[in-house]
Ligand binder design. Structure first.
Ligand SMILES: [Zn+2]
Length: 247
């Protein structure tokens, strides 16, 4: 069977002299693994289109357990990603996180659009890295069925206030008073809670259109990351490298 699909290369593993096994995010197929034979040879017709973080149109054939890349035509290369270590580290983390998701053809197109958008913003340095990272984490959780219950406090239904706890297990929100009753500590202030709500609920086109004051940024970043890792139930190795190069 032969199939043509767009796809973003999330990961490459070198095999033998000139081959690679790619992990690709495809809107129709979700996450797939595909063998690109000979693609590390400079003269190979697969060389450009099979590069890491490259967005290409792939012609695939299916083997017994995996796909084979027959053709790869470049649609977009994010040249700017490699321009900063922080940008590279973030792209690697977002790609690794994505490769662990059970993405189906339902979420595939939106997940791909979101990741392409993030790669573009990293490449062009249009948004700060903390914002790209937090938006991707929270929105990805939302797309994959892990949206927290952000409307109000689980126990007293308070909507506003300075100090809320977003619980990673179950995704419930607790206000400062209800936290105190259970000996728990809030992890969000008013600004970061608003940002979390915004990112999970706003329409796709406006997802990066928010600001956050300096003191709320670390809270937003920490909750987005910890909530995501909790739901993933596995370590994402490239996150350590990101934190070693980005404060
Ligand atoms: Zn409450």
């Amino acid at each position: 069977m032969e199939l043509v699909t767009d796809g973003l290369v999330l990961r490459e593993v070198k095999v033998g002299e000139a081959d690679k096994i790619l992990t690709i995010l495809s809107p129709q197929l979700g996450i797939i693994s595909a063998s690109a034979r000979g693609s590390r040879r400079l003269k190979s017709k697969l060389f450009s289109g099979c590069g890491l973080f490259c967005y290409s149109e792939f012609t695939l054939t299916s083997g017994r357990n995996s796909w084979f890349v027959q053709q790869a035509t470049v649609k977009k290369v994010f040249h700017g990603i490699g321009a900063s270590v922080g940008g590279m580290a973030l792209a690697a983390y977002l790609a690794e996180l994505t490769s662990f998701l059970p993405i189906t053809d339902q979420e595939g197109p939106r997940q791909l659009r979101l990741l392409l958008n993030c790669f573009y913003l990293i490449s062009e340095q249009k948004k700060p890295l903390w914002q790209i990272k937090g938006v991707y984490e929270l929105r990805t959780m939302t797309l994959n069925g892990y949206m927290p219950q952000l409307l109000c406090c689980r126990d007293c239904h308070a909507y506003e206030g300075d100090g809320f706890l977003l619980e990673y297990q179950g995704g419930a929100l607790l206000c400062r008073d209800c936290c105190a009753r259970e000996n728990k500590t809030p992890n969000l202030d008013a600004g970061s809670l608003m940002a979390v709500r915004y990112v999970c609920l706003v329409e796709d086109e406006k997802i990066f259109s928010f600001d956050l004051n300096e003191k709320s940024i670390p809270l937003f970043s920490r909750v987005a990351e910890e909530y995501t890792l909790y739901q993933m139930e596995r370590p994402v190795k490239s996150l350590g490298f990101y934190h070693s190069v980005v404060q």
